[in-house]
Design a binder for this molecule. Structure first.
Ligand SMILES: *Cc1c(COP(=O)(O)O)cnc(C)c1O
Length: 398
């Protein structure tokens, strides 16, 4: 059986990682979601409607682009899967439209979620508007200040934005807050998780919804070059854009898979969010994964210049793929990320999201070390949301 059909197992485990460790009140609701996905989510009606939405509303397929100037600079061949051109500016709409479609088939009228950089919130608010559903988004106050344009977008799209003011006031707390709000509303609302994280079935479901990225990219790359890339790469926060990309190539033994995570300002606790490099097996938000912990065993404070990547956990499937040696994980710093952000903007006319800039930074480094090689990376989103933050703190790169 193919890898994607074999993993996870029926209980949602990828090896030792994953599962669903939920308070008793939530168990029936996640079982309902799993049952709905297994039955409705694989029906021809569901898949045809999703196909229609992707083509006519999202603008898929997104192109693969040969970054000719950057390639020349690095001495290797760098290709970008342009998820920044997906409607709403990032890959996240791929799973949000599908989650909302599932909610519709389940008879739900409301979508609830957390958001980090605001990208998942914007994508989910977009999906809610499309389907005529209510939408409630929980967001840390730090992220609200940093990503103001996305907060405005969510409000314009009709979502209610709930500020989260406890703890680190970022993504981790936003998840806690969204869960608390969901419990009493679970009969009429769907909790729409924004990455390949959370309790089963979300890591599987979100991966499968995102796999359109990798399947498209594989076909497009073959058509452009007549062969497969030597290396495929993507940034990893929770890991959804990376899993979507990897899904297209995971059966190809000669294609190297690379996840790129944030090393932030350095290796001390609180300065980075490099879960794959420094994490240990643990549990967060109802699933097992590699996890960054402080001395007391609580989820560690994390930092990244890209607020969509600052989560102390990571998708269970990434944790598994790392342990199996199937995917290589690399950590790049804020400074390397900024350099890639400026370079891609200047050299290709593409302003990337700071999250995606991590993957660009790795591709540049890998390309210089491996001249002539072909590298395909997932450009997960556009950088419009980040331009004010970058310009105010680091300048415009002149
Ligand atoms: C949210 C986000 C990410 C990180 O999420 P993953 O689930 O790891 O993909 C990466 N890039 C962009 C543009 C994002 O908005």
């Amino acid at each position: 059986m193919s890898y994607l059909k074999s993993f996870p197992n029926q209980e949602g485990f990828f090896g030792d990682f994953g599962g669903a460790f939920l308070p008793p009140v939530l168990i029936p609701h996640f079982e309902e979601i799993n049952k709905a996905y297994m039955e409705l989510g694989r029906s021809a009606d569901f898949l045809n409607e999703l196909k229609y939405i992707r083509k006519h509303y999202q603008g898929r397929p997104t192109p693969v682009y040969y970054a000719h100037n950057l390639s020349k600079e690095c001495g290797a061949h760098i290709y970008l899967k342009r998820e920044d051109l997906n409607h709403s500016g990032a890959h996240k709409l791929n799973h949000c439209m599908a989650e909302a479609l599932l909610a519709k088939h389940m008879g739900k009228t409301k979508l609830i979620a957390e958001t980090g950089a605001g990208q998942h919130g914007v994508a989910l608010a977009t999906a809610a508007a499309y389907f005529g559903m209510e939408c409630e988004i929980h967001m840390g106050e730090i992220d609200i200040a940093k990503e103001a344009p996305n907060v405005t977008r969510m409000k314009l799209l009709g979502a209610k934005v709930v500020p989260v003011s406890f703890g680190g006031r970022s993504l981790k707390e936003a998840v806690d807050s969204a869960f608390d709000s969901y419990v009493p509303q679970a009969d009429t609302a769907l909790f729409a998780i924004g990455s390949v994280v959370g309790p089963h079935p979300f890591p599987m479901m979100v991966r499968n919804f995102q796999s359109v990225v990798g399947h498209e990219a594989r076909e497009q790359f073959l058509e452009m070059t007549g062969e497969l890339p030597d290396q495929v790469g993507a940034c990893v926060g929770g890991g959804s854009n990376a899993m979507g990309m990897f899904a297209g190539f995971i059966e190809d033994e000669n294609v190297g898979l690379n996840g790129v995570e944030p090393l932030g300002r350095g290796t001390n606790i609180g300065e980075h969010s490099a879960t794959m490099t420094y994490g240990k097996p643990g549990m967060i938000h109802g699933f097992k994964c590699l996890l960054l912990e402080d001395e007391e065993g609580n989820p560690a404070p994390v930092h990244s210049i890209a607020s969509g990547l600052d989560y102390p956990g990571v998708g269970p499937e990434h944790s598994y793929l790392k342990t199996m040696g199937k995917v290589d994980y690399h950590a790049v710093t804020d400074d390397e990320t900024l350099d890639a952000f400026y370079k891609l903007s200047r050299m290709e006319g593409i302003i990337p999201a700071l999250e995606s800039s991590h993957a660009v930074a790795w591709a540049m480094k890998h390309g210089k070390e491996n001249p002539g090689s072909t590298i395909l990376i997932n450009l997960s989103g556009r950088g419009d949301k980040d331009i004010d933050y970058v310009a105010e703190n680091f300048g415009t790169g002149e």
